[in-house]
Design a protein around this ligand. Structure first.
Ligand code: AMP
Ligand code: MG
Length: 201
């Protein structure tokens, strides 16, 4: 079955020096891109801010990191409602895919806490690990983009922008990336080494 990927990236409440204990952090943004499993082309996007309840105030640190403000979350749905909206938008079933295990684990923790059923169940694909297997080591999203000759588009640490950039890494993680054409906007001064690397696939 051609089960699509749902590439998801979340932002969560945070503070400097672990001011908010990990188990009390809550999702404040869900960014998701639906990707066709065969073509790896984006089919649609979902984005929502989420209103945190345990620590309802967004810290200055968190706004600086993510650009997400108190205003953004004050009018936003709570987690259960946000997930209901996501589920309604989603054609099921999907494989949830994210950069690392963090997003998957955070969704599981909050779903348990709020008695919400995750639309992807336990079906998770760790893109970071797949990428690491091909490129020899684990990297952050920006580092991985650089490794394949790309640069981050948009605002890092914003769920929807992170998700869009992770989608661009998916063909590289799966080993099906095309060598860039001559007209590729990303074929800059790094183009040669990028082509050389991609021939190894
Ligand atoms: P990311 O997807 O990399 O933007 O990270 C997701 C969430 O992890 C952020 O919304 C923060 O809650 C937390 N986080 C990421 N980087 C940091 C950091 N340097 N310090 C504290 N929390 C962070
Ligand atoms: Mg993010």
């Amino acid at each position: 079955m051609n089960k699509p990927y749902l590439v998801v990236d979340l932002e969560a409440t945070c503070d400097q020096h672990h001011g908010i204990p990990r188990q009390e952090t809550e999702i404040i943004e869900i960014g998701a891109v639906l990707v066709d499993r065969e073509t790896l082309e984006p089919q649609g996007e979902f984005q929502t801010f989420v209103r945190p309840v345990i620590h309802p105030q967004i810290t200055e640190f968190c706004t600086e990191l993510t650009s997400i403000t108190q205003d953004n979350v004050d009018g936003a749905p709570r987690f259960a409602q946000a997930m209901a909206e996501l589920s309604q938008w989603l054609p099921r079933p999907v494989t949830m895919a994210s950069w690392g295990a963090y997003d998957h684990n955070q969704f599981r923790t909050e779903a348990r806490r709020r008695r919400v059923t995750l639309p992807w169940g336990n079906d998770h694909f760790n893109i970071k690990e797949a990428f690491a297997k091909r490129f020899g080591r684990r990297m952050g999203v920006s580092g991985a983009l650089r490794r394949v000759g790309l640069t981050f588009d948009g605002r890092a640490h914003r769920g929807i922008d992170d998700a869009r950039n992770i989608v661009r890494l998916l063909p590289h993680a799966l080993g099906v990336a095309q060598a860039p054409s001559r007209g590729d906007a990303h074929t800059d001064t790094r183009g040669r080494s990028r082509r050389r690397r991609e021939r190894r696939y």
